[in-house]
Design a protein around this ligand. Structure first.
Ligand code: FAD
Length: 506
């Protein structure tokens, strides 16, 4: 028997890990399991992306001379059994998936079939498990991103001066990422791959084979390494200069703005995050037109947040998946699926997700998760929704972002809930102008639901949140509203909103 790289569908990089060290001619295992895709109404584009990327990766490896055993099966168990029948005595070597317990589950499965499996470190991240744990230094109950991020900058040397200080003097330019573009601004050019027959066939097959959600025409995501590199190149070349100032802004009918659009490719392994980080840093160093708030703004996400989420997930599972410290138990409103709501910010954002399986970070955080948190949606259900509907969603990255950052479910790294009334959405977007609801009203006919829900949320969760010193100012407003009697009117408005939602009229 031989040791055979087993390439999982989210590890499609030819130069990394066991595959990267196996010479052409080696046997390689890939299993295309379908059962997972039947568990939820996944976005058509997400399934098309995963399956077409795997199939094209197989073809590329074969062209390079690898002997690829590509097994299509309903489950991994079935796929592995077939593999061991054909090659008894082989030991597949897989990089550990970041999903909870996937390494030990795979090993159990292979053990039951009577084979051997070797699970090795996942080299598709920037930091190792050991490095993060060294940074955490035994304290695994709560984590602070800012501290991890600075540590990563120091350790990697990214945007660091020769004497070890942050380039420009500050570590984090977040407050320079919050401008709204002028009306004449148009988003920088975007690279869109020209998909051939292989992708069209897979898209068609997905349409027939699975019960999907979302638009099933116009698939636009990169499915090969070459296309992923083009997205990165175009981002550095054209889009990066404007990324920084407008990172947190939201515009109607402008789904991409100046965002990197790299997460679908990164999360499938088509690009290694180092490749993105070094390309961005090189562009910043060699050109005059890239401001520091752009370079730092995106590197903070790639070197900081993305790595941080993976490790926090690892430490906080399995509790994180069902964490619900605010005891939120309402079901997700139907309009997350249908898009049918008079709230313009939500209608526009759901439409973006329906169309492409993507919305950018502030839409996810301050529209979709914010509303769900204010409404009192059970975090687990919102997590399921994100997992199904986004092209870049995998349990390890969706769960900490939705349950913790979005809904303050656990308190493992968030220090307060990210919630806001209409004023934030209005400041950072152009959604409110065209809306049926009035952004400045709390109560009465056509008052924006975000307002009454915001005050009701604070009042409802007072016991848990009042003691949080970061919320002190907000609770002094709650006190004022309670004294003036406004809070009673706000609660009535919320009751009305709940009835409207039940009738599909929100
Ligand atoms: P840019 O804004 O241009 O950022 C560049 C890169 O940084 C991204 O490609 C991504 O790889 C990384 N990044 C940025 N923020 C985060 C973050 N918070 N966590 C992890 N990586 C980050 N990201 C996912 O990859 N998959 C998800 O399922 C996902 N679900 C989210 C759900 C919610 C409620 C929130 C608030 C955020 C979620 N994110 C998720 C994080 C972030 O919104 C996306 O990574 C980002 O919008 C992807 O678009 P982009 O490539 O254009 O990103």
């Amino acid at each position: 028997g031989q040791r055979v790289p087993w390439v999982l569908g989210t590890q499609l990089h030819p130069e990394v890990g066991p595959l990267g060290r196996a010479p052409a001619g080696s046997r390689v295992l890939m299993i295309e399991a379908r059962e997972f895709a039947r568990r939820r109404p996944y976005h058509h584009d997400k399934l098309t992306l995963v399956f077409s990327a795997m199939r094209q990766f197989r073809d590329e490896l074969r062209e390079r001379g690898y002997d690829v055993e590509y097994i299509t099966a309903e489950t991994f168990r079935e796929g592995l059994s077939r593999y061991f029948e054909r090659h008894p005595g082989d030991t597949p070597v897989a990089m550990r998936s970041p999903s909870y317990r996937s390494g030990s589950r795979m090993a159990e499965l292979v053990g039951e079939i009577g084979g051997d499996l070797d699970v090795v470190d996942n080299e598709l991240f920037v930091s190792t498990r050991r490095a993060f744990d060294e940074w955490a230094n035994g304290d695994t109950d709560s984590f602070r991103h800012e501290s991890f991020y600075r540590w990563m900058r120091r350790r990697s040397g990214v945007l660091l001066t020769d004497d070890g200080n942050p380039v420009g003097g500050e570590w984090n330019l977040d407050d320079e990422n919050q401008e709204f573009p002028p009306p004449e601004w148009s988003p920088p050019e975007r690279y869109e791959p020209d998909h051939g027959e292989a992708v069209r066939e897979t898209s068609e097959w997905v349409r027939e084979e699975f019960e999907t959600w979302g638009a099933d025409e116009g698939f636009r995501w990169p499915t090969t390494r070459e296309q992923a590199r083009n997205v990165l190149e175009q981002f550095c070349e054209r889009r990066l200069p404007e990324f920084g100032p407008y990172q947190d802004a939201m515009r109607s009918r402008d789904w991409a703005m100046a965002h990197a659009l790299l997460s679908p490719a990164l999360n499938l392994g088509l690009l290694h995050p180092w490749e993105a980080i070094t390309a961005i840093e090189e562009a910043y160093e060699s050109r005059e037109d890239i401001p520091l708030n752009s370079a730092e703004g995106v590197l903070r996400q790639l070197l900081g947040w993305r790595e941080f989420m993976r490790h926090v997930y690892r430490h906080a599972m399995p509790e994180l998946a069902t964490a619900n410290q605010l005891g939120a138990e309402r079901p997700l409103p139907e309009f997350y699926w249908s898009g049918e709501t008079e709230m313009n910010c939500l209608a526009e954002t759901v439409e973006d997700v329906h169309e492409r399986g993507y919305a950018h970070h502030i839409q996810r955080l301050m529209v979709l998760a914010n509303f769900a948190t204010l409404w009192g949606v059970e975090p687990r259900e919102l997590n399921e929704w994100f997992h199904a509907t986004y092209v870049d969603a995998y349990h390890w990255v969706t769960t900490p972002n939705v349950v913790e950052m979005g809904q303050y479910g656990h308190g493992v790294f968030a220090t307060k809930p990210y919630v806001s009334s209409a004023s934030y959405v209005d400041r950072m977007s152009d959604y409110c102008g065209d809306c049926h609801y009035y952004k400045t009203k709390d109560t009465g006919d056509r008052a924006c639901p975000f307002n009454s829900l915001y005050w009701d949320f604070l009042a409802r969760n007072e016991e848990q949140l009042r003691g949080n010193h970061r919320m002190g100012l907000m609770y002094s407003h709650v006190d004022d509203k309670r004294e003036s009697g406004d809070l009673a009117a706000i609660r009535e408005r919320v009751d009305d909103l709940r009835e409207m939602a039940d009738a599909g009229e929100l």
